[in-house]
Design a protein around this ligand. Structure first.
Ligand SMILES: [Zn+2]
Ligand SMILES: [Zn+2]
Ligand SMILES: [Zn+2]
Ligand SMILES: [Zn+2]
Length: 803
C-alpha cells in the first residue's frame, strides 16, 4: 500500500538486475538524489510506461456510465432489507460514478436521502435532497421527495419551512388525486401534533438541541512556543551531532499536558486494505466498503454521505467546500492520474501532493535561503517562482561543503532560528539516502520518473482545456522540462523521507454488530501524513507521550510525568507492549536505520530469556511459567515437566483459530449461544497451558463479556471483562490508552446493568485515563459524561428488600 504494487516492484527489480554492471555502479555511487534521479529516469523506456499503464487501468477510477444504475439497484436491495447504512454507501458509490447534472446522479442522491432519513440523519438528508434538485431531479418524482423534506423539517423543529412545503404540496395535490395524497395526510397530522407539542412547551428552540459542541477549549496550547510553531512552551528544540534533533522538556510536565498540536502539511487517505481492481471483463463493480467510501479525501472527516469529484469516481469529500479546496490545491493535477497513483502507492502519492502543496506556500524567504545552499550545481530558472526549484540540489550534509552559507542553528529552521510546520521543514526531514538499498532507490526513482512523464502529458492537456473552458484556478503542473526534473528530485526525496517520517493518521473505529449495546473499538490506519513538528520527536519503545488525531490534526500529549530536562519521546510503531525486544530492534534497524537504546530495550536485553507474561506458557502440572528456547522446562522448584516449543505453539495456533471462529459468530450477532459454548471450551483449554495474563486469555474473556452483554446478562459480562482488564493492565500498563478503552467498555456494562456505584467508580477511572491521552473533545469521554449525569439523576435504589 505504501510502496508500489508488487507487479511493478518485481518488474523494476528485474529491470535492475538486467542493467549492465557499470550503470548499476553509477547509480549506487551517485552522490546526490539529483544524480540518482537523472540516471534512473534516463532508463525509463516506453515499454516500461506501457506496462505501468496496463497495471493502472486495472483500477476503476473513472466514471463508469453503467455503474450508477447497478449501485442504485444494489442499494435498493439493502434498503428493502432495512440495512440503511449499507444502502447509503452503495448509493454513494452510484453518486461517485455519475456525471454532474444527470438524472443518474439526482436519483442516487434522492435514494440516499431516503436511507439517511431512516438512519435519523435529518440534516444530511436535507442536504441530499437539495443536491438531488440541483442536479435536475425529475419533476414527476418531486412530490415524494418533498414529503420527505417536510418530514425532516418537522422532525428538526423547523416548522415554518415545513408548513411552506406542506402548503405547496397541498396546492399541488388539490387538482389531481394521487396515491401520495394519503401519505401526505399522515404527514399533515404529524405536523399538527408537533405544532401542539411545541406550543405546550412554549420553548421551541430547546426541543431540538443543536449538535453537541465539543469542548475544544482545552485543545489549544496553553502557551505557544516562540521557537517551534505548533508546540507548547514547555519544550525546546535541541540538536546534537550524534542524535540529531530532539525535543527536551524545559519544565516539569504533567500527564495529559498538550505538547504539540499540528495540522498535517500533507496527508493522503489510504485506499483501504484492498483497493478495488477490475481484472478481466466479467468482474462486476465493487460493492465492498473501504475507508475511501467513508472518509473525506481532504479533511478525513467521517462521512457516509460524500460528494464526488466531477471528474473521477475515486475522490470523495464531506462537502462542496472540500471538493473545491482539494481541486485548487492538488486534485486538479491528480484527478486524471488516479489509477497510476494507486499503482505507485501511497508514498508516491504523498510525495506528489507535498510538491503540489509547496507551490501554494508563500516561499520567498525559504527560496532565497536555500538558493545559497546550492553549491556546485545551481540551476537557474528565471521563470520559476516556486520553492521546488530549490530542491535541484540535495539538502543534507553535502550542501555545507563550501561553508559559504549561514546555517541556521538547527536544520529545518528559518533564518531567525524558528522551526515552522511548513515546506521548508518538510524538505529538511532526512531522506537517509545512503541507507536505502540501490534497488529501492531505483524503484522510487523510476516510479517518480514515470509519474513525471504522466504529469507532463496531463499537464499540457489540463493547461489547454482550462484555457478553453476558462476554469477557475487549478493546481499548477510543471510544464517545463527542466522544472520537471526538479519536481522529480523533490518527489524522490519525499518518497525516501516517508519511510522514516510518514506518520500514520489513525482513528478509532466502532466495531461489533449493530445490536451490540456495548461498543467495542479498534484503532485503524486512515491516512499517511507528514508532520514536520511531530517528526522532531525521537523514538522510544516505551514512550512518554501519546498521539491522537482529529481530522488531519495530530495532538501529542504527555502520557506520564516528564521531568525538566528529559527528552520528549514517541513511539514510531514498535511498542514494547506489542513486540519483543529482538523484533523491535530488527524493525527499527531495517526501517528507521538506527539501533534502539531506549530504556525498554536496555531492560529487555537483560531479561530476554523469560519473555513477556502475555506470551508465556505455563506448566500443565503445577501452573508455574515455562522457560527456555526450543525445549521449555517448568520454572517450578520441585517440578521436572518439559515441553517442546513447537508443540505449544501449534496448540496456541489451534486455539487462536477457534477463538477467531467464535469472534466471527459474535460479530454477525447470530448464534451467540454457540459462541459462548465455543469460548468456554477455549477458556478451559487456555487455562491448561497459557499464563493467566496471556493476551489470548484476555481475548477470550473479552469475547465472553461481549457475548453475555448481548444476552443482557450484565453480571457475567462484567465479571469476564474484569478478567480481560487485568490482562490489558499487565501488558499495556494501568494508564495506557488500551486500558482507557477497556475501562470505557466496563463502564458501559455496569451502566446497562444499573450497577450504580460500580459504574460511577469505573467511569471515573476511565475518564482519568482517557483524558490524559485525548483531552476533553473525545467521543468516549463525552459518552462517559452523559452516563454519569444520567446515573446521578437516578433516584437512589432502595437498600435491599423491605422486611
Ligand atoms: Zn472534508
Ligand atoms: Zn477527480
Ligand atoms: Zn527501544
Ligand atoms: Zn510444573
Amino acid at each position: 500500500m505504501d510502496l508500489p504494487v508488487d507487479e511493478w516492484k518485481s518488474y523494476v527489480l528485474q529491470k535492475w538486475s538486467l542493467l549492465p554492471k557499470s550503470i548499476q555502479v553509477t547509480i549506487c555511487t551517485a552522490e546526490t538524489l539529483s544524480d540518482i534521479f537523472l540516471h534512473s529516469s534516463s532508463l525509463l523506456q516506453p515499454e516500461d510506461e506501457m506496462f505501468l499503464k496496463k497495471l493502472s487501468r486495472g483500477y476503476l477510477v473513472g466514471k463508469d456510465p453503467g455503474a450508477p444504475l447497478f449501485y442504485r439497484e444494489e442499494g435498493n436491495k439493502k434498503f428493502q432489507e432495512k440495512d440503511y447504512m449499507g444502502a447509503t454507501v452503495l448509493y454513494t458509490k452510484g453518486v461517485s460514478h455519475s456525471r454532474p447534472n444527470t438524472e443518474d446522479i439526482s436519483l442516487c442522491y434522492a435514494n440516499r436521502s431516503a436511507a439517511l432519513f431512516r438512519l435519523g440523519q435529518y440534516e444530511t438528508c436535507l442536504k441530499d435532497i437539495t443536491r438531488a434538485q440541483m442536479h435536475g431531479y425529475p419533476e414527476r418524482l418531486q412530490p415524494k421527495m418533498m414529503l420527505r423534506k417536510a418530514e425532516c423539517l418537522v422532525t428538526l423543529g423547523k416548522l415554518q419551512e415545513a408548513s411552506q412545503i406542506i402548503s405547496d404540496l397541498e396546492s399541488h395535490f388539490s387538482d389531481r388525486q394521487t396515491v401520495a395524497a394519503s401519505q401526505f395526510q399522515i404527514l399533515q397530522s404529524t405536523l399538527c401534533r408537533l405544532k401542539r407539542k411545541v406550543q405546550e412547551k412554549d420553548n421551541p428552540t430547546e426541543t431540538f438541541p443543536a449538535a453537541l459542541t465539543t469542548g475544544f477549549e482545552d485543545m489549544n496550547l496553553r502557551e505557544e512556543n516562540e521557537q517551534i510553531s505548533c508546540a507548547s512552551s514547555s519544550v525546546t528544540l535541541c540538536t546534537d551531532p550524534l542524535k540529531g534533533r530532539s525535543l527536551i522538556a524545559t519544565k516539569d510536565i504533567l500527564p495529559g499536558e498538550l505538547l504539540v498540536r499540528e495540522e498535517a502539511f500533507v496527508s493522503v487517505l489510504n485506499p483501504g486494505e484492498t483497493p478495488p481492481r477490475r481484472d478481466g471483463p466479467e468482474s462486476k463493480w465493487d460493492t465492498r466498503v473501504t475507508n475511501g467510501d467513508l472518509y473525506c479525501h481532504r479533511c478525513l472527516k467521517h462521512t457516509v454521505a460524500t460528494v464526488p469529484c466531477d471528474g473521477c469516481s475515486y475522490a470523495k469529500y464531506c462537502s462542496q467546500e472540500c471538493v473545491r479546496q482539494a481541486w485548487d490545491l492538488y486534485h486538479s493535477a491528480e484527478c486524471p492520474l488516479g489509477g497510476l497513483l494507486l499503482t505507485l502507492g501511497v508514498f508516491c502519492h504523498t510525495a506528489l501532493r507535498a510538491a503540489l502543496l509547496a507551490r501554494c506556500e508563500d516561499v520567498g524567504n525559504v527560496t532565497r535561503k536555500l538558493c545559497g545552499e546550492m553549491s556546485n550545481r545551481a540551476i537557474c530558472l528565471p521563470k520559476s517562482k516556486n520553492l521546488v526549484q530549490t530542491v535541484s540540489h540535495d539538502l543534507g550534509g553535502e550542501s555545507e561543503k563550501n561553508g559559504k552559507t549561514v546555517e541556521p542553528p538547527v536544520s529545518g529552521c528559518d533564518i531567525n532560528g524558528k522551526y515552522e510546520s511548513n515546506y521548508n521543514a518538510v524538505l529538511h526531514l532526512l531522506p537517509h539516502t545512503r541507507n536505502h538499498s540501490p534497488e529501492h532507490k531505483f524503484l522510487c526513482a523510476l516510479s517518480v520518473a514515470a509519474l513525471c512523464r504522466q504529469l507532463e502529458a496531463a499537464g499540457l492537456q489540463t493547461l489547454t482545456t482550462s484555457l478553453k473552458s476558462s476554469q477557475p484556478k487549478a493546481a499548477v503542473v510543471p510544464a517545463m522540462c527542466q522544472e520537471l526534473h526538479i519536481w522529480g528530485v523533490a518527489m524522490l526525496r519525499h518518497m525516501l523521507q516517508l519511510q522514516c517520517n510518514a506518520q500514520a493518521i489513525t482513528t478509532i473505529q466502532q466495531t461489533g454488530s449493530k445490536e451490540n449495546i456495548v461498543t467495542d473499538s479498534r484503532q485503524v490506519r486512515l491516512a499517511t501524513g507528514l508532520f514536520p513538528v511531530v517528526s522532531l520527536l525521537n523514538h522510544s519503545c516505551s514512550p512518554n507521550t501519546s498521539v491522537s488525531f482529529v481530522s488531519t490534526v495530530a495532538t501529542v500529549r504527555a502520557s506520564q510525568q516528564i521531568g525538566k530536562g528529559q527528552e520528549i519521546l514517541h513511539c514510531y510503531g514498535p511498542h514494547e507492549s506489542r513486540m519483543g525486544v529482538a523484533e523491535r530492534q530488527q524493525k527499527l534497524r531495517s526501517q528507521y536505520f538506527f539501533d534502539c537504546d531506549c530504556l525498554a530495550c536496555q531492560n529487555g536485553k537483560r531479561r530476554a530469556a523469560a519473555g513477556p507474561r502475555w506470551e508465556a506458557f505455563r506448566c500443565h502440572r503445577c501452573g508455574e511459567l515455562m522457560q527456555g528456547d526450543d525445549v521449555l522446562s517448568c520454572g517450578g522448584a520441585s517440578c521436572t515437566e518439559s515441553a517442546s516449543r513447537d508443540r505449544l505453539v501449534s496448540r496456541l495456533q489451534d486455539l487462536q483459530q477457534r477463538v477467531g471462529k467464535a469472534q466471527n459468530l459474535l460479530r454477525n450477532g447470530k448464534l451467540t449461544e454457540r459462541a459462548i459454548q465455543l469460548l468456554s471450551g477455549c477458556q478451559r483449554d487456555a487455562e491448561s497451558f497459557l499464563s493467566a495474563e496471556h493476551s489470548l486469555v484476555g481475548e477470550i474473556e473479552d469475547a465472553l463479556a461481549q457475548a453475555y452483554a448481548a444476552f443482557g446478562d450484565w453480571h457475567k459480562s462484567a465479571a469476564h471483562l474484569q478478567k480481560s482488564l487485568r490482562v490489558v493492565e499487565v501488558r499495556h500498563g494501568p494508564a495506557s490508552v488500551e486500558m482507557g478503552h477497556e475501562l470505557f467498555k466496563l463502564a458501559q456494562i455496569f451502566f446497562n446493568g444499573f450497577a450504580i456505584p460500580e459504574a460511577l467508580n469505573t467511569i471515573q477511572k476511565a475518564e482519568k485515563v482517557l483524558l490524559v491521552h485525548y483531552g476533553r473533545g473525545n467521543d468516549e469521554l463525552q459518552e462517559l459524561q452523559k452516563m454519569k449525569s444520567c446515573l446521578l439523576d437516578l433516584p437512589p435504589v432502595p437498600e435491599g428488600p423491605a422486611v
